[in-house]
Design a protein around this ligand. Structure first.
Ligand code: ADP
Length: 190
């Protein structure tokens, strides 16, 4: 199986690039943000709970997120592989993911980390707000909070994969095609 963690700060382009990679490699795309938003728009119990965190720019608690992700993986056990987009966002999530994949006799192949500097991220998120209708993209205070949570809680997850020699940094500035080409190159050299 080819199992990719596509990593990066909010606005780095994980969703856009995931769409490209799933097509090319036939992988199952699991975006925790998309799954939460789907539940929010259907007013499920999970959606109502997630909304209270997402609208403040905070992380949804690990236990809730991990259980949801596990369900999704187990429902797609026959996939050729997965792209994890927006997960893991904490070390606890990374450990849970390793354990889950181990139970399925597989593992993470690589973490591809899109690198984009902070001012560019803020610009991209404000622009995305105009089309996405996402409340968490429209408010500069919430964006700042998301970036801070990323720096404090999510960035350390890089070390988790560095320690396993699975970390690859990718320059996230340039055209969408250029960045896809960089990701492709990293995947072909695995
Ligand atoms: P972005 O990467 O642009 O911030 P996402 O769509 O990945 O957007 O996530 C939106 C929000 O959903 C996050 O700000 C967070 O509140 C919540 N979320 C998504 N994934 C996770 C996760 N793995 N753990 C906790 N919360 C999450």
């Amino acid at each position: 199986m080819l199992n990719i963690v596509l990593f990066g700060p909010p606005g780095a382009g994980k969703g856009t690039q995931s769409e490209r990679l799933i097509e090319k490699y036939g992988l199952k795309h699991l975006s925790t943000g998309d799954i939460f938003r789907y539940n929010m728009s259907n007013n499920t119990e999970l959606g109502v709970l997630a909304k209270s965190f997402i609208e403040k720019g905070q992380l949804v608690p690990d236990e809730v997120t991990i259980n949801m992700l596990k369900d999704q993986v187990l429902q797609n056990k026959d996939a050729k592989g997965f792209i994890f987009d927006g997960f893991p966002r904490t070390n606890a999530q990374a450990e849970a993911l390793d354990n889950l994949l181990q139970d399925l006799n597989t593992e993470i192949s690589v973490m591809l980390a899109l690198e984009v500097e902070e001012n560019e991220l803020k610009d991209r998120l404000m622009k995305r707000a105009e089309v996405s209708g996402r409340a968490d993209d429209a408010d500069p205070a919430i964006i700042a909070n998301r970036i801070e949570v990323y720096r404090k809680e999510t960035e350390p997850v890089k070390s988790f994969y560095q320690a396993q020699d699975k970390f690859v940094g990718i320059d996230g500035i340039g055209s969408i095609d250029d960045i896809t080409a960089r990701l492709d190159k990293a995947i072909s050299s695995l």
